[in-house]
Design a protein around this ligand. Structure first.
Ligand code: NAI
Ligand code: MG
Length: 493
């Protein structure tokens, strides 16, 4: 196994100033995988200064988009060349089943290729004329990199979440300091190795794992950072926003959700069960956009619950490396405890636990939780309103479209939503009335690098992916020229 005892700063592997390390754990065996270098304030400062210097004096921001695209495509290829190994590392560090990890790594490579294309497009689209009413002036709007970006990412899609920020930032010409989650730091360090081999200039990407308060907080507070991009929980997002407020950093936040899924009675029952399950059991339900609140029209409610329980009870749980496993362990003991507490709370609140919600039989190790289905969940309960971030689905019946929409939109979150019906007019109508940044019709969760991603309300600020993701890392400059031969004539007549 590669060593993870050093930080990647200024194109070099270096030991943390204070020499600290932390353990990363395999959530399936509960064994320590390896010690990882722990960055603290001093290292963050070095990393930001390296990125600052690379941005202010280095070649990267001055290169054309096409030149940057060459390096981005080499990174994509470097990821593809090690696809299986990286996916297995992700399984060990995070717990997710191998087919999902392979999917993530494929998407990670795809994300670098996609932003390589956009970097090329930027060469033609960088400067656009602005039509002014006053013909004495000529003006253009020009896109420039925002500067040094800090990225703080979570543990649920470790390498993919890195790519969602690193790829557009580099495409735009920014330099970056990336702090992966302390629960899953390994693939971000591999990304540093791959970027290094791809010939990325020193200081353009710095990777500094560490704990939230020790490494994340100093990064979010650092005056050398122009832009902060964060994915994670609402409380941490709020803290980062406060830190950014001090010196008016540009921010984008992708936070949690409690996304609704409205199933109308004319839906095919197996299609509904399939997408409800994919919406909440995929990646152990540790998904920001998980459709964790399901509203089912009354006529379909009982038969759907019956079929859902039947299929859910057959879902194969186990080591993500085992073939056929569709649900791995939760990422950490902390997340495991949090999910079990949420299940206990749901039962106390009067929701009907139809299945799961406990450690599966035969598992004496690993942070495994059987997928749980709660029916008749009270609308004012904690479990109906708060993000659990585990394989726990909450279900309620509804009578008509207006009631379903009211209930779906009655949330402080607005990341995603889904609607299912054979009536396409109804689906399209409901999709437009749902207050969420991502709406799926007749499915839940499929995510595309080309399409905008982000939330309404407390689910975040800004959009990632697609051209929107690139614009996160671009400033717009106005350049205006006075063309007239006539003197301005204000002071000197
Ligand atoms: P978190 O939001 O605290 O952690 C995410 C990242 O923020 C990690 O890299 C962490 O080190 C960093 N961080 C923590 N404290 C920080 C601080 N004061 N300043 C700067 N960075 C800081 O999430 P955590 O504790 O891992 O999970 C708690 C809950 O958050 C989960 O149960 C889940 O509900 C939610 N969550 C949501 C995610 C999403 O994709 N929307 C991802 C991960 C967690
Ligand atoms: Mg781990």
């Amino acid at each position: 196994m590669n060593s993870y005892h050093q930080l990647y700063i200024n194109g070099q592997w270096q030991s943390p100033v204070k020499g600290g390390t932390f353990e990363t754990v395999d959530p399936c065996s509960e064994a320590v995988i390896t010690q990882v270098a722990a960055a603290t304030t001093e290292d963050i400062d070095l990393a930001v200064k390296a990125a600052r210097q690379a941005f202010d004096e280095g070649p990267w921001p001055q290169m054309s988009g096409s030149e940057r695209a060459v390096v981005l495509r080499r990174i994509a290829q470097g990821i593809r060349d090690r696809e299986q190994e990286l996916a297995e590392l992700e399984v060990r560090d995070n717990g997710k089943p191998l087919p999902e990890a392979l999917w993530d790594i494929g998407d990670t490579a795809g994300c670098f290729d996609f932003y390589a294309d956009l970097a090329e497009d930027l060469d033609d689209q960088r400067e656009q004329p602005v039509a002014l009413a006053d013909e004495r002036f000529t003006s253009i709007a020009r896109k420039e990199p925002v500067g040094v970006a800090g990225a703080i990412i979570p543990w649920n899609f470790p390498m993919l979440m890195a790519a969602w920020k690193v790829a557009p930032a580099l495409a735009a010409g920014c330099c970056m300091v990336l702090k992966p989650s302390e629960l899953t730091p390994l693939t971000a360090l591999e990304l540093a190795r791959i970027a290094d081999h791809a010939g990325l200039p020193a200081g353009v990407l710095n990777v500094v794992p560490g704990l939230g308060p020790d490494a994340g907080a100093p990064l979010s507070e650092h005056p050398g950072i122009d832009k902060l991009a964060f994915t994670g929980s609402v409380p941490t997002g709020s803290r980062i926003m406060q830190a950014a407020a001090r010196d008016i950093k540009n921010i984008s936040l992708e936070l949690g959700g409690k996304s609704p899924f409205i199933v109308f009675a004319d839906s095919d029952i197996d299609a509904a069960v399939e997408w409800i399950m994919f919406g909440i059991f995929w990646n152990q339900g540790e998904v920001c956009s998980a459709t964790s609140r399901v509203l089912v029209q009354r006529e379909l409610y009982e038969p759907l619950l019956k079929r859902l329980v039947e299929v859910t009870e057959k879902l194969r749980i186990g080591d993500g490396m085992e073939e056929g496993v569709l649900l791995g362990p939760l990422v950490s003991k902390g997340q495991y405890d949090k999910v079990l507490q949420a299940v206990a709370r749901g039962s106390e609140e009067g929701a009907q636990l139809l299945c799961g919600g406990a450690r599966p039989a035969g598992f004496d190790k690993g942070f495994f939780v059987q997928p749980a289905i709660f029916a008749d969940v009270p609308e004012d309960s904690w479990i109906w309103n708060e993000e659990i971030f585990g394989p726990v689905v909450c279900i309620r019946p509804f009578d008509d479209e207006a009631q379903a929409l009211r209930s779906a939109n009655d949330s402080r979150f607005g990341l995603a939503a889904a609607v299912m019906s054979k009536d396409m007019e109804r689906c399209e109508r409901v999709a437009r009335k749902l207050r969420a940044g991502i709406v799926w019709i007749n499915c839940s969760q499929p995510t595309f690098t080309e399409a905008p991603w982000g939330g309404y309300k407390q689910s975040g600020i800004g959009r990632e992916l697609g051209e929107w993701g690139l614009h996160n890392y671009l400033e717009t400059k106005q350049i205006t020229r006075y063309d007239s031969e006539q003197p301005w004539g204000w002071y000197i007549k």
